[in-house]
Design a protein around this ligand. Structure first.
Ligand SMILES: [Fe+2]
Length: 351
């Protein structure tokens, strides 16, 4: 059932806006209205919903073999970045101030980490906590990644497991393999500290490990093993996949599911960033994998129907950090309407 998309007429119910604090964890209230609140005619200023196609980040930005990810959204303690890699890297990276959640939009390759080796492929989420060193050692087909970098400590902690994600079966960790040792030579580790970088050099390969014990640190799962929980009625919140005990920055699964269309929403405390990563079903006006939608906190939105029988894959980043566009984000971000997440009708019209 779709929510009404315009005001009440004869026999039509009013529109119901939902106002929530702390995501859906705090006080909530509804507002019954004749008008449908999401549409706006135009906006002046920078605090505006945007839609990005990650393929619009020019390949030139990644042409250099030392190219690092490009941020499109940034806020206090969190950035949303895009990376493309067609060649293995000679260097390794260690982010010492932030956790990194990598989503592989396309491609495949071999990732070396302090904790062992992972064969990564499209649909993988790889959680690389801070202070873990990693390098892309082999590229089987060019990798394109969407990366969330956050001060928050992230944990793979699905709600409604094992229905949504079976952690025992479908979340794995890298496996040590001493044979990856590349032998004598000069090796570089780029330490990422905030927006700055410092390089350390070694005369031995610093990545290989013989064995690891203890808590799993680097974790990986594929979106094909994540399932939405259908509900006949309602279904306010999609299931959480990645938790942050401070509740600052969390990730939810937003693939198709049986549910009502989401409510008209005033999300008082969280920016919402949605990554549409696979079809064939359309998510409202979004139908190209690699599309990212950003609705800043407090901007009234509804968003498309999620009950799409053809199926699609998407995930949602919620953050208390007020996000804003980076220069690269400004280049590719297009003003978005907040009903079906289409390009806003004013785009391309004279101001
Ligand atoms: Fe929302």
């Amino acid at each position: 059932m779709s929510a009404p998309t315009d005001g009440p007429g004869p026999g039509k119910p009013p529109n119901i806006d939902l106002y929530t604090r702390n995501g859906f964890a705090g006080p909530m209230a509804t507002i019954a209205r004749a008008q449908y609140s999401p549409p706006y005619t135009r906006v002046q200023g920078s605090y505006a919903p945007r839609r990005f196609d990650v393929y619009d980040v020019a390949d030139a930005a990644f042409a250099e073999s030392r190219a690092l990810p490009v941020a499109v959204l940034k806020g206090a303690g969190v950035t949303v970045e895009v990376a493309r890699r067609s060649e293995p890297t000679a260097f390794a990276v260690r982010n010492v101030l932030a956790d990194e959640l990598h989503y592989v939009l396309e491609g495949a390759g071999e990732l070396h980490t302090d904790f062992g080796v992972l064969q990564v492929r499209a649909g993988d989420f790889v959680l690389l906590p801070r202070a873990v060193t990693y390098r892309y050692a082999r590229i089987d087909s060019p990798l394109r990644e969407m990366i969330v970098v956050t001060d928050s400590q992230l944990a793979v902690d699905p709600e409604n497991a094992p229905g949504v994600l079976n952690v025992e079966l479908h979340v794995d960790a890298p496996v040590p393999d001493p044979s990856i040792d590349r032998g004598p030579g000069e090796y570089e580790i780029i330490i990422r500290h905030g927006r700055e970088f410092t390089s350390y050099f070694y005369d031995y390969d610093p990545l290989p490990s013989l064995a690891v014990l203890g808590a799993p640190i680097v974790r990986r799962f594929n979106i094909e093993n994540v399932h939405g929980l259908g509900v006949e009625k309602g279904g306010l919140m999609p299931p959480r996949l990645i938790n942050d005990t401070t509740t600052r920055t969390m990730v939810y699964y937003l693939g198709n599911r049986r549910s009502d269309r989401p409510p008209i929403h005033h999300n008082a405390d969280y920016d919402e960033v949605i990554f549409y990563v696979a079809g064939p079903g359309h998510y409202g006006a979004v139908d190209k994998p690699g599309t990212v939608t950003w609705t800043p906190k407090g901007i009234i939105h509804q968003g498309p129907e999620e009950d799409v029988p053809e199926g699609y894959e998407a995930w949602l980043l919620e953050t208390r950090a007020p996000l804003s566009l980076t220069p690269a984000g400004r280049e590719i971000g297009r003003l978005m309407e907040t009903g079906q997440f289409d390009i806003h009708p004013s785009v391309g019209q004279p101001a």
